[in-house]
Design a protein around this ligand. Structure first.
Ligand code: ATP
Ligand code: MN
Length: 248
């Protein structure tokens, strides 16, 4: 039983080993999609994954001109598939992505994150600049230097009052200008790039009008306050932040 299963997995890996795949995230259709994206953006090298999350892996990608981009690959058919899928479906009920198949759902999810990034970027919110979405691949600005990513907020050493105010400024822009609620905001979805916070992972973000009771905005603000106050920062009461953020 075990042997058979192992045998099957080995075969499947070989089938999808289109060009010495980086890892199992790259099945055949993802590999083909990657070839398209690499050609389109002049990407020459994909480096080892920065991180594997619940729904995707992120890789530094180096262009012909030696610039770095961030490539986010949403899982389609890996071991993490089931976990990721239940998350997409849960989120899908909030977004109503038109999907007739699993692939459709995941492609829809990638487009959703791209659209959210674009909307936030255009509103002047500090997010990675979105470049392209193709099937289950999303390419955005790389946050870091020479292929080394910037720290996440929870990894950052210099947590100051000023940094807290900067995070609140970004939330204010998200709400006031982009009219969007992040809805998974925490010290794990904010990077600190050149001393300033950059908001990432906006696939599940929603329009402010889709959060009528401000349940998601409240949760985001509580999370941010919890983190900063655990690092000794004087935080403002959530109600006060809500009032000022909503009056912009
Ligand atoms: P999780 O499930 O852990 O929330 P995720 O699959 O939703 O992750 P992201 O949070 O978007 O994916 O990204 C995963 C990790 O990749 C981040 O924690 C960060 O370390 C890194 N990362 C994401 N975007 C970028 C970027 N634009 N530049 C550099 N690194 C990035
Ligand atoms: Mn994340």
């Amino acid at each position: 039983m075990n042997r058979i299963r192992r045998g099957k997995e080995v075969r499947r890996e070989k089938d999808s080993d289109l060009f010495k795949t980086v890892d199992s995230t790259f099945d055949t259709s993802t590999s083909l999609a990657l070839l398209y994206v690499m050609r389109k953006l002049g990407i020459e090298v994909i480096m080892g994954a920065i991180a594997s999350g619940k729904e995707a892996k992120v890789y530094p990608a180096k262009t012909r001109e030696e610039n770095y981009l961030a490539l986010k690959v949403y899982y389609t058919s890996t071991a993490s598939h089931k976990k990721a899928l239940s998350r997409y479906i849960a989120m899908d009920s909030r977004h109503k992505i038109k999907a007739t198949s699993t692939k459709d759902l995941i492609y829809g999810w990638a487009r959703k994150e791209f659209g959210n990034l674009k909307r936030l970027y255009e509103a002047g919110v500090s997010v990675p600049k979105p470049y392209l979405v193709h099937k289950n691949l999303l390419v955005m600005e790389f946050l870091g230097h020479d292929g080394v990513r910037a720290p996440l907020l929870f990894e950052y050493e210099d947590i100051t009052q000023e940094l807290y105010e900067k995070v609140l400024e970004q939330i204010t822009l998200m709400i006031g200008k982009a009219k969007m609620v992040h809805s998974d905001l925490s010290e794990y979805n904010i990077m600190v790039f050149d001393s300033s916070p950059v908001i990432i992972d906006v696939g599940q973000s929603i329009q402010l009008s889709d959060d009528p009771n401000l349940e998601f905005l409240n949760k985001d603000l509580k999370n941010i306050n919890r983190f900063f106050s655990s690092r000794g920062i004087n935080v403002r009461p959530v109600e006060e932040i809500l009032n000022s953020v909503l009056s912009t």
